[in-house]
Design a protein around this ligand. Structure first.
Ligand code: SAM
Length: 294
């Protein structure tokens, strides 16, 4: 029987102990356990219970190096999603990297709102949808998956993000038409009229940087996050302008928004002449989503 030399093996439990001694002060024990669970699944395709049932579980030198490499990266504040290169959104797997924002739970609420809006409506379901600032593709791909009759388009200025979004569409077995464009200076020549336009654009003001955790600030793309303090609704204004031309009459515009700018958003949408404006709170009670009709 083939067996490993002692120096080639390492007890998984020893690695877990090393994770706790290196990371608990920064992240807390529970979060470190959840990092380790994700790494167990990612590198070994096993669940924590297998380690609990077999505390002597051993791994090879190569596997040990994977875990210790991940530990080094986590020590430098890199989010676990970038360490393993994937995350889950709306129950679906998504690849992520330093060019894509890590999808947030609040954005899942926005996707739910749209799906509820479409499925509760009695009108024709083969809708034309556009997601502006798609990043990893989390919004557009979840919509395509859950609204199979819809024709989904997704736009971003970042080619690197679009590369990942395309991989995610393939990973999830959906068709999305990806568009490389700058929404602040968009190509208006296409003739498409949309039934729904959705966007989670950059909306964090520089003055809010103090509220942002260092692991976000140091690792997630600033192109996806920040706007000038003097013009925090810049993207929303540009998208309203775009929607005036490209959203069908009766079509619906959905936004994720900065929790501090709900009233400014209502004013903006009224100024653009949109109707049936509804401001919605997220699970934490913060103004986070807004919808309106053209
Ligand atoms: C807040 S992230 C949202 C990403 C993804 N939709 C999500 O919800 O996780 C904003 C996205 O807008 C994109 N973006 C930034 N400036 C843009 C521009 N001028 N035109 C189009 N997209 C832009 C960024 O590349 C980023 O992917």
């Amino acid at each position: 029987m083939w067996c490993l030399d002692d120096e080639d093996i390492m007890r998984l439990k020893t690695i877990l102990d090393r994770f706790h001694s290196s990371l608990d002060d920064d992240y807390g024990k529970d979060e470190v356990n959840s990092f380790f669970d994700l790494l167990l699944e990612h590198y070994l395709s096993i669940k924590r219970i297998q380690l609990v049932l077999n505390p002597e579980y051993v791994i090879t030198k190569e596997q040990e190096l994977l875990f210790l490499g991940a530990l080094e990266v986590l020590k430098s504040n890199t989010p676990i999603q970038y360490v393993i290169g994937e995350t889950e959104f709306y129950g679906l797997p998504f690849k992520v990297n330093e060019h894509t924002l890590i999808p947030r739970p609040e954005t899942e609420e926005l996707v739910s709102l749209i799906i509820e809006g479409v499925t509760s409506s009695t009108v024709e379901k083969s809708l034309n949808l556009l997601d502006i600032g798609t990043g990893s593709g989390c919004i557009s791909i979840s919509l395509a998956k859950n609204l199979p009759a819809a024709k989904v388009h997704a736009l971003d200025i970042s080619e690197a993000a679009l590369t990942i979004a395309k991989q995610n569409a393939e990973l999830n077995g959906v068709e999305v038409v990806f568009i490389h464009d700058d929404i602040l200076n968009p190509d208006m020549s296409t003739s498409t009229g949309y039934d729904i336009i959705v966007s989670n654009p950059p909306y964090v003001r520089n003055l809010e940087k103090a509220e942002i955790k260092p692991n976000v600030l140091d690792n997630e793309p600033h192109l996806a996050l920040f706007v000038d303090d003097e013009n925090p609704l810049q993207f929303y204004k540009a998208i309203c302008e775009f929607a005036k031309a490209k959203l069908k009459v009766g079509g619906v515009l959905y936004f994720e928004i900065n929790e501090y700018l709900g009233q400014d958003m209502i004013q903006l949408l009224e100024d653009f002449g949109f109707k049936s404006i509804v401001l919605k709170q997220d699970l934490f009670g913060k103004d986070r989503m807004i919808k309106c009709t053209k």
